[in-house]
Design a protein around this ligand. Structure first.
Ligand SMILES: O=C(O)CCC(=O)C(=O)O
Length: 279
């Protein structure tokens, strides 16, 4: 065996059953990995056009882009799936959800889905270091929240690829300037890739010097005791409630019951569902 893979004094070693396990191991250990969405160039183009259309609508809703700039929220189309059903396929991507389940278990919901429109030579508020669970300074032995940033365009140094601080999800405080300078990594990725990371990993968008727009669509999946950025069941007005996978993912099943009676009834319904399935 190659000496670089030999060890001594090791009683416990992690083994991966498949590629998703290996991706989950990357995220647990260094905080991030890159997987392929398998979206075609035509699908990526549709996503670009639809993200622009949602953003234009949101700009009009808020009284022009100047208002969004004043609230430091320009160049982001928020909660895109509540404006266009097409974005549901990004949130419910089978391979992605399989990876998230290896990290969070089966019961998780979508906290938010935002399109990050990084336009060439425009200032973007995502270019400063942050965690996706903002203002949080604790660490946890298991992941609580996983982010999935679709690279709709190629992510390179020139287009303003995402930069990460490996393993920073394991330390409470933001690291020193020297650590940032020594350890920051630019995550270059082909169009159609998904950068999947622990939402507590410090990261930032890059400055886009390519002359072309660089689009990303970010998702945050969380255990359901963490509340959604926007109340998706309310924003969707009941849409997708009858689809068992989407109902759970979009948070219909984790809204707090309105009374002790409804809490008990929801337990009974779940138990009946389980008995029915098991039988
Ligand atoms: O656009 C990027 O590269 C980073 C996006 C980001 O930081 C975010 O959505 O939280």
């Amino acid at each position: 065996m190659d000496a670089t893979f030999q060890c001594h004094g090791v009683r416990e070693a992690h083994r991966n059953a498949d590629g998703l396990d290996a991706a989950a191991e990357d995220i647990r250990n260094i905080g991030y990995t890159v997987i392929d969405s398998d979206f075609s160039p035509a699908e990526l183009q549709t996503i670009r056009e639809k993200a622009d259309a949602v953003y234009d609508r949101q700009v009009r809703e808020c009284g022009g882009e100047g208002s969004l700039e004043r609230m430091h929220d320009s160049s982001v189309a928020r909660c895109v799936l509540s404006y266009d059903d097409y974005f549901v396929r990004l949130a419910a991507h089978e391979k992605l959800l399989g990876l998230v389940a290896r990290l969070l278990g089966d019961n998780f919901i979508l906290l938010g889905q935002n399109a990050i429109i990084n336009r060439a030579d425009r200032k973007h508020d995502q270019v400063t270091w942050h965690r996706d669970l903002t203002y949080q300074h604790f660490v946890c032995s298991r992941p609580l929240a996983i982010s999935a940033l679709y690279c709709i365009d190629e992510f390179t140094d020139l287009t303003g690829a995402t930069t990460v601080l490996p393993a920073s999800h394991k330390e409470e405080a933001f690291p020193s300037r020297g650590f940032v300078e020594r350890h920051q990594r630019v995550v270059e990725a082909r169009a159609g890739s998904i950068i999947v990371f622990d939402a507590m990993l410090y990261h930032r968008g890059g400055v886009n010097k390519s002359g072309r727009t660089r689009l990303g669509v970010n998702h945050i999946f969380v255990m359901p005791f963490i509340k959604q950025q926007i109340d998706l069941p309310a924003a969707l007005g009941g849409k997708f409630r009858d689809d068992p996978l989407l109902s759970r993912l979009l948070g219909y099943d984790s809204a707090s019951p309105a009374s002790a009676y409804f809490w008990r009834m929801s337990k009974i319904e779940r138990a009946n569902g389980f008995v029915a399935k098991a039988g």
